[in-house]
Design a protein around this ligand. Structure first.
Ligand SMILES: [Zn+2]
Length: 317
């Protein structure tokens, strides 16, 4: 059986998925461990491919944070992976090492494709979907009519560094009150330092759901900032569905309910806001899924389809 592999490489873990030609998942591999610098990124990808042990592998897709040029496969500014403005030639290096076609995509863009694909396999894919990843940073990916929206520099959806509170804390990017500075994981940990390491969001939103008044105040403020971002996406792309993913979203139902409450509150104040975004349009990514790895595999499989299609071969002649 021929399969395609998608790999999602993050700063502390790597997830890989193999799909068959029908798009069904036929293998999965996860590895934890810090990935830092170009050499480690390449070896994490190669290790994942060999761990999956696919007999007939046709292509590999990779999702990584940062600014990705999907044409050249170059990656820049993947700060959590130790990549700065000098590019890592990830696509070319993997292609040489594997002797196979390789696609590279921004991880949040790949996750949006993956979330859309999961819904498509269930027969319920919306025409327009946005995925918002809220973890150490915040980013969004948009799938419009089945295609991921990249923009001129592959940076479409970089909403983490849009200012939402001009009197807010200084962000690591230098601006004051970016969405990321007031609503991402580290700022939640500062605002609610009572959770165990890495689980501040879970502690905060659970306490708020259980009726802790102090937690409700903080949770309401953070969910309110996130809701502002969801309204941007709904206003700019009229997304039918918005999927919340990333480490903060792992806080689960209490987190989703806090966001729903804020969406509802905006709707009560304005008929326009109520029509633009309804709570039921905002959903959580599935708990045990890996949309980034699945999306990377789907993008690699699509590249192969394009290469194999008669129209593409006519173009080449
Ligand atoms: Zn910023």
């Amino acid at each position: 059986m021929t399969a395609t592999i998608g790999i999602d490489i993050g700063g502390s873990s790597t997830t890989a998925i193999a799909i068959d030609h029908g798009g069904q998942i036929v293998g999965r591999h996860e590895a934890s461990g810090v990935v830092d610098g170009g050499r480690q990124i390449v070896s994490a990808a190669l290790f994942a491919v060999s761990a999956l042990g696919v007999d007939h592998l046709d292509a590999v897709g990779v999702g990584v944070p940062g600014q990705v040029d999907p044409v050249t496969g170059q990656v820049r500014m993947a700060v959590n992976l130790g990549i700065g403005p000098g590019p890592l030639d990830l696509g070319a290096e993997l292609q040489d090492a594997l002797g196979l076609p390789v696609t590279v995509e921004n991880d949040v863009h790949a996750a949006a494709v993956g979330a859309h694909e999961e819904l498509r396999l269930d027969g319920e894919a919306p025409d327009t979907l946005a995925l918002v990843s809220i973890g150490t940073g915040i980013g969004a990916g948009v799938v419009l009519h089945g295609e991921v929206l990249r923009g001129a520099h592959g940076m479409a959806g970089e909403i983490g560094h849009v200012v939402v509170d001009e009197s807010g804390p200084v962000c690591r990017c230098g601006q004051r009150g970016c969405l990321e500075a007031v609503a991402a994981g580290p700022s939640i940990a500062r605002a609610w330092p009572r959770g165990a390491a890495g689980s501040a969001a879970t502690a905060l939103f659970s306490a708020a759901a259980e009726g802790d008044a102090a937690a409700q105040k903080v949770a309401g403020r953070i969910a309110g900032h996130i809701t502002t971002a969801l309204i941007w996406l709904s206003a700019t792309h009229d997304a039918e569905m918005i999927v919340l993913a990333g480490g903060v979203s792992a806080a689960g139902r209490p987190f989703l309910e806090a966001v729903h409450e804020q969406v509802e509150r905006r709707g009560l104040a304005s008929e326009l806001a109520a029509r633009r975004l309804r709570p039921e349009q905002v959903v959580l990514a599935r708990v045990d899924d890996a949309p980034g790895a699945l999306g990377a595999a789907v993008l690699a499989a699509r590249l192969m389809e394009k290469r194999e299609s008669p129209a593409a071969s006519r173009e080449r002649q």
